[in-house]
Design a protein around this ligand. Sequence first.
Ligand SMILES: CCCCC/C=C\C/C=C\C=C\CC(=O)SCCNC(=O)CCNC(=O)[C@H](O)C(C)(C)COP(=O)(O)OP(=O)(O)OC[C@H]1O[C@@H](n2cnc3c(N)ncnc32)[C@H](O)[C@@H]1OP(=O)(O)O
Length: 298
Amino acid sequence: MAALAVLRSSAPARLLSGSFSVHRGGLASWQHYQSRRPFSNNKILVELNESTGVAVMKMKSPPVNSLSLDFLTEFSISLEKLEIDRGCRGLILTSAFPKIFSAGLDITEMCGKSAEHYAAFWKAVQEMWLKLYGSNMVTIAAVNGSSPAGGCLMAMCCDYRIMADNPKFAIGLNETQLGIVAPFWFKDTMINIVGNRVTEQSLQLGQMYSAPEAHKIGLVDLLVPEDKVQSTAAAVMTQWLSIPDHARQLTKSMMRKPTIDRLVKQQEADINNFVSFITRDSIQKSLQVYLDRLKQKK
Ligand SMILES: CCCCC/C=C\C/C=C\C=C\CC(=O)SCCNC(=O)CCNC(=O)[C@H](O)C(C)(C)COP(=O)(O)OP(=O)(O)OC[C@H]1O[C@@H](n2cnc3c(N)ncnc32)[C@H](O)[C@@H]1OP(=O)(O)O
């Protein structure tokens, strides 16, 4: 968080516009952030409303917004651009697809690949978490569909979660159902929202909660009809932005810094831990079985 705060105060918006081709239009228009990365297929659509200072980031990686290495890299770059843009104070994170917010980490990135690939992938997951959980912006998740595991983590990184009131949509950290283990920083993020007891039970059982259940345990803050998710997110954002930035940001930092520092201090060890865990034959088998089941369920 401290690192982001430094970035924000030292990088003038003019520099950002020059470096990243941000096109600014009239007051009422939306800006489109175009990524110049050659491998980018624009899996993330970002629209910044200059007059409100609110960006809407829509995940758009078919079919289910799974978090691949490419997706995560594009996500982190997009987030960093917004973070250093002084014209942007708030971020609404949502999905371009009805019914799916994000399917979590892309399981194919964790199966049958090299140790180097796993290390690069895990670093990208860490970076996504560090940037989103440590953001100085007001962040609101507009959860318009199901959101297992890494998708739930993304929502949990935000300051406030609004979910579509549909019992068919589920959210939670279901890692144990795949035979894998949520790392300590996933666990800490959840504890900070719902407390130790609920987190322990959720993680052991790999529990997925329907939207009403998630609201009941405090995993999501507000349930609204599906067609009201975006407008409610905008309204809640206005409330949050009425608080002076410096006071809100310092408070957020005070609450989250210990959790963030814990990973920062052992980032390399966490990568090594992930690689040695995911390369075990038994874990590879579990993931393959889970993936095959997913593909066969139709
Ligand atoms: C002690 C030391 C510990 C150290 C730490 C070690 C390890 C930690 C490791 C990892 C942590 C991982 C966290 C994760 O995020 S794991 C991912 C968990 N995600 C899931 O379980 C979601 C699975 N998907 C679903 O439940 C459904 O797909 C979903 C509800 C999202 C959507 O359902 P729908 O019916 O609409 O769509 P499907 O037909 O099921 O899927 C379409 C298509 O997409 C493929 N797919 C779905 N999810 C994923 C995914 N996460 N990754 C890759 N691919 C996915 C699915 O297979 C279908 O493919 P196809 O049949 O069309 O080819």
